[in-house]
Design a protein around this ligand. Structure first.
Ligand code: COA
Length: 173
């Protein structure tokens, strides 16, 4: 039977907008849920307000709560993703893909031609997401990350995404 209330209980799509300093505390809290070495609120304030920083936030349109964010640092025509995270309760809804794609489009507008990032070799979710969005592996840093349980040293893969200034694809235009 078709539900008479098809949208009831279904989360509305997030709003993607530039990351503002007022969200530094929420960024720190969210970051701490995903990374062993997390950055505090003041660190995020410093990063977000830096003149060469570009961030995008995914917000719940109803509560304005932070669902995810991405933050990069730009130098000349290159940029490096410093971090990207989506709240665990909201993963696999396409938010990560939307954040990274919107971010690429915004970096293109400020004339960034190449975007780099590092990802743990065992981070299947992130590697799949980046691969889908056109990132390619260009390097490998052995024993770069350390995990606790089990205690392991994991390689970081260096990924690169060329940003063609003339290109306008559906997912990153
Ligand atoms: C990586 C991360 C940002 C992905 O966010 P997300 O909102 O769940 O990603 P999306 O829903 O947009 O997924 C996009 C694609 O990525 C891949 N993907 C995402 N999660 C996956 C998982 N758990 N397993 C396998 N593939 C996965 C899939 O290809 C997915 O597309 P599909 O759902 O159509 O199959 C999120 O898992 C996260 O915050 N992880 C912890 C922090 C982290 O590792 N950040 C990256 C550091 S480099």
């Amino acid at each position: 039977m078709i539900s008479p209330f098809p949208l009831l209980g279904k989360a509305p799509p997030p709003v993607i907008q530039p990351l503002k300093n007022g969200l530094a505390d929420e960024c720190a809290a969210l970051h701490a849920t995903a990374f062993r070495y997390s950055w505090g609120e003041h660190e995020f304030e410093r990063l977000i307000s830096a003149s060469n920083a570009f961030g995008d936030a995914a917000l719940d349109p109803r509560k304005k709560a932070l669902l995810g964010f991405i933050l990069s640092r730009v130098a000349a025509d290159e940029a490096e993703v410093l971090t990207v995270v989506v709240a665990s309760a909201h993963r696999r809804r396409g938010i990560g893909r939307q954040l990274v794609a919107s971010h690429i489009a915004r970096l293109r507008n400020v004339h960034v031609k190449t975007l780099f990032l590092e990802v743990g070799e065992t981070n299947t979710a992130a590697r799949k997401l980046y691969g889908d969005l056109g990132f390619v592996e260009v390097g490998r840093r052995k024993n770069y990350y350390r995990t606790e349980q089990p205690a392991e040293q994991i390689a970081a893969l260096v990924l690169r995404r060329d940003i063609d200034p003339t290109q306008r694809r559906g997912w990153d235009a």
